[in-house]
Design a protein around this ligand. Structure first.
Ligand code: LRH
Ligand code: MN
Ligand code: MN
Length: 427
């Protein structure tokens, strides 16, 4: 489904007066506080978040999937959905593919299609956490860490294949998430598992083109429940440091034990110039993959606070980051869910951008804890939504993408085109 842009314009005209009123008030407030509102709008408009190809259908639990209908049935239709999101908010100008869930059969045609929706390809993801029908060896007891060299070689070859697909599409990074781990004490030797994995990573690293990066994603448990090989940010960093410059850590917000201070992890990675990117989602218990900002918006803000501070600091030398969503679940329309996630990410970014950095630094130097806390709370409690809406309006997106989506019955239109019983590939 291709959106007629004049529909968005007409819709915005209806909301323009109210938007103007809200924006003028916020603009004046922010200017009084010393902010350059034009610069803020530019930063917000430029910020793009990649949509995972596996999040466009319902998913999210191991126990069942309840399709709402109209799900994309092919990679082409997935890209159409991302194109739709991008047309609605002008903030989703990239897609991240999971292979072999989404294999680009004809890279040239896929690239052309992407260009027609103004989409780029962010990191490509490999999958050695599931067995495929045509593979020789099973990953039941691991892939890149496996005790058997033949299994490791098969998993390495898959990653090299994924890099090739990425090259054909113009992607510049490979994300590796390993499910490798153990379920019982004594099942494997921790040190040897690490060393075998390092050796496998090294071979994949050697296959990376000059201008590519590899992101090493960590996760403490699931599907294995005693240990995982890349369990935490420390292990990820260790691998990255051993591998070299192109290897960077990937922070999936759901991949932490409860109450972990993720913002501090972000700061540490940045300090070492080793942060590659994010998989945004939210959670209450574990790797829940819920809509970004649904549970812990303050944590999200604190993460962005570290990012904004770190990326602006002369002391930090970190490459540009990959911003990706990794969320999928069962009860909401996936497109609505993604619109909400993007909004939450941009709210956190905008709030982090309006933190009074000088005053905060001063309060920190003076050990004025109350003032430091007040400064962060003030930014977090500012309703920045009119700023986001203004950035959208000025870039031709819908003032309120979700309301537009509902008003124009887009899901119904997708169901009419694709059918009620549709299940897209993914989790
Ligand atoms: C693992 C994970 C990883 C996978 C994706 C489907 O939990 O976060 O990023 O590639 O889910
Ligand atoms: Mn992830
Ligand atoms: Mn995950």
């Amino acid at each position: 489904m291709i959106l007629d842009k004049s529909l968005i314009q007409q819709y915005n005209e209806q909301l323009a007066a109210t938007q103007q009123k809200k924006f003028n008030f916020l603009k004046a407030t922010l200017q009084d506080e010393g902010h350059d509102v034009t610069a803020l709008l530019e930063q917000l408009a430029a910020f793009q978040i990649a949509i995972p190809s596996w999040a466009l259908g319902t998913g999210g639990t191991r126990f069942g999937r309840f399709s709402g209908g109209g799900e994309p049935r092919s990679l082409e239709e997935k890209m159409e959905d991302v194109g739709l999101l991008h047309a609605l908010n002008q903030s989703s100008g990239a897609i991240s593919l999971h292979i072999p869930w989404d294999i680009p059969q004809n890279a040239t045609a896929i690239k052309q299609l992407a260009a027609s929706f103004e989409l780029q390809f962010d990191a490509v993801n490999s999958n050695t956490f599931q067995d495929q029908n045509d593979q020789n060896y099973s990953y039941k007891f691991g892939s890149l860490s496996h005790t058997d060299k033949q299994v490791r070689d098969q998993a390495i070859a898959h990653n090299v294949e994924v890099i090739k697909h990425g090259i054909d599409l113009g992607s510049k990074a490979l994300t590796i998430w390993l499910s490798d781990g153990t379920d019982f004490p004594g099942q494997q030797n921790f040190r040897r598992s690490f060393q075998r994995t390092l050796d496998s990573f090294q071979q994949i690293y050697d296959a990376l083109p000059e201008d590519w990066k590899v992101f090493i994603e960590y996760k403490p448990y699931e599907p294995h429940f005693y240990s995982t090989v890349v369990a935490d940010w420390g292990t990820s960093l260790l691998f990255c440091q051993k591998l070299g410059e192109k290897a960077l850590g990937l922070v999936d917000l759901g991949h932490h034990l409860p109450n972990t201070n993720i913002e501090q992890i972000v700061s540490r990675f940045l300090m070492e110039g080793k942060l590659g990117g994010f998989h945004f989602n939210d959670s209450k218990y574990g790797d829940d993959d819920l809509t970004v900002g649904a549970m812990q918006p303050f944590q999200l803000f604190l993460i962005f606070n570290e990012l904004v501070e770190g990326m602006a600091s002369q002391e930090v030398q970190n490459p540009a980051l990959s911003w990706m969503i990794d969320a999928s679940h069962n009860v909401k329309d996936p497109l609505e869910d993604l619109l909400q996630s993007i909004e939450a990410i941009k709210i956190a970014l905008a709030q982090a951008l309006i933190v009074d950095r000088k005053k905060l630094e001063n309060a920190q130097e003076q050990n004025d804890t109350t003032t430091a806390q007040e400064i962060l709370q003030h930014a977090f409690r500012t309703d920045v939504r009119p700023l986001l809406a203004q950035a959208r309006l000025e870039s031709g997106a819908a003032i309120d993408p979700l309301a537009f989506y509902r008003q124009n019955k887009i899901r119904q239109e997708l169901i009419n085109q694709r059918g009620v019983k549709t299940y897209s590939t993914g989790l």
